[in-house]
Design a protein around this ligand. Structure first.
Ligand SMILES: CC(C)(COP(=O)(O)OP(=O)(O)OC[C@H]1O[C@@H](n2cnc3c(N)ncnc32)[C@H](O)[C@@H]1OP(=O)(O)O)[C@@H](O)C(=O)NCCC(=O)NCCS
Length: 147
């Protein structure tokens, strides 16, 4: 994916986190956003992963990213395009890729907002985690799916 599009994905992540209405307070959302890698670091990370974009009207409006060891590192849908099945669409592409690459399983550290979406595509929760972002604690759930 060209760097210009990868940069756009960071904006999608910022909008998606900023727009969360449940589970996380405003302070937690702000801490999460400020702990995202800086634009330069973001490019470096995503260039090393496989990125699966989601499209609406020829625009990238969401994405997931996958590491070589089966971690779904990022999963964000722009607020204007949430609740339309895009999560499942992108996930199906990612899973087909992972099966083709003979990955034995996929795993992720899901936000409490994303947990039901990952459950709906067959992931199970392994453990609750409490992580620190910019000095503030956030809960998330480690989840996995055997392929
Ligand atoms: C979480 C997120 C990626 C989901 O994307 P989305 O395209 O809006 O997902 P959808 O609302 O279409 O839901 C996906 C699936 O989960 C299900 N689901 C969503 N919320 C649910 C809930 N509260 N209970 C049960 N099922 C739920 C949906 O029914 C859907 O399943 P289906 O395809 O079988 O109908 C998106 O809302 C987002 O970016 N959120 C904010 C940032 C975030 O937390 N990102 C994840 C970081 S790990």
């Amino acid at each position: 994916m060209p760097d210009r599009d990868l940069e756009k994905l960071r904006e999608i992540a910022v909008s998606a986190i900023g727009d969360i209405r449940e589970h996380y307070s405003e302070a937690q959302r702000a801490a999460w956003i400020s702990a995202l890698p800086c634009p330069e670091g973001w490019l470096g990370i995503l260039r090393r992963q496989t990125v699966f974009p989601g499209w609406r009207n020829n625009n990238v409006v969401g994405f997931m990213s996958l590491t070589d060891d089966g971690l779904i590192d990022y999963a964000f849908i722009h607020p204007d395009s949430q609740g339309q099945g895009l999560f499942r669409e992108i996930y199906q592409e990612l899973e087909s890729f992972a099966i083709e690459a003979q990955m034995p399983m996929l795993w992720t550290n899901a936000s409490l907002v994303a947990e039901p979406a990952f459950k709906s595509v067959g992931f199970t929760a392994i453990e609750k985690q409490r992580v620190e972002r910019s000095g503030i604690h956030l809960e998330r759930t480690r989840m996995k799916k055997m392929l």
